[in-house]
Ligand binder design. Sequence first.
Ligand SMILES: NC(=O)c1ccc[n+]([C@@H]2O[C@H](COP(=O)([O-])OP(=O)(O)OC[C@H]3O[C@@H](n4cnc5c(N)ncnc54)[C@H](O)[C@@H]3O)[C@@H](O)[C@H]2O)c1
Length: 246
Amino acid sequence: MGNIQTFGVAGAGVIGAGWAARALAGGLHVLAWDPDPEAGQWLRETVDNAWPVMEKIGLHPDASLDRLRIAESLETMAASADFIQESAPERLELKTELHRRIDQAADPVVVIASSTSGLLPSEFQSRCRHPERVLVGHPFNPVYLLPLVEVVAGERTAEASIDRAIQIYADLGMHPLQVRKEVPGFLSDRLQEALWREALHLVNDGVATPEELDAAISFGPGLRWALWGTCLIFHLAGGRGACAKC
Ligand SMILES: NC(=O)c1ccc[n+]([C@@H]2O[C@H](COP(=O)([O-])OP(=O)(O)OC[C@H]3O[C@@H](n4cnc5c(N)ncnc54)[C@H](O)[C@@H]3O)[C@@H](O)[C@H]2O)c1
């Protein structure tokens, strides 16, 4: 499993719990830390709820709920994990400071990945002693079901760290997609936001209601998007000439 045994979770909310479930199902040990004293219980309940689905999908032979542990401190977690996924609230100062603390405590070879939905990894690197192992691994909710993870390097991320993260995510059954340039919002959310902006315009102009716009997606293009991206769909819609290039 990418030569890691313990998957570290910093921030055990919706996304951190999703990572924990996926890593446990992949046979890893999970060590989680969250400042909220009630987060541990919530994390266990969330993972318990997800487990029957994970069993249907297929568990690693070593997978066990007993491999989930709650760390006493951020530093304990960071010092014990072989890979760390940060899933704290989407606030730049909070995440930058959190990365500084994780970087202080973690062995320099340990990759630190942020689940951020759109902040830049170069910012998270700014206070780290080992910025070369800091990157973004942006997942999609629920993390234990959706395979996509956008992998984004910061200005000082080493290529070896990107390769390592991609290998670890792939070993967990994910589809890692490396984003070529560091841009806010990465790829999927930029595409989703473009659609959302247009929906707001259409509602504002009285062209359609939110319910009608949802129907315009879910009974049509949404069904195709479950399988293919927009570029391939338009390519296929180009007719015989386009298909000949497929
Ligand atoms: N919810 C989504 O659909 C989604 C999808 C992809 C990525 N993300 C990203 O994942 C991250 C977490 O989002 P979420 O939806 O799980 O939020 P959440 O509010 O459910 O969970 C955040 C957790 O972080 C904890 N926390 C607070 N301060 C902290 C600190 N200083 N250090 C560590 N943990 C701290 C909170 O107690 C909470 O348990 C964000 O960066 C978000 O943009 C969210």
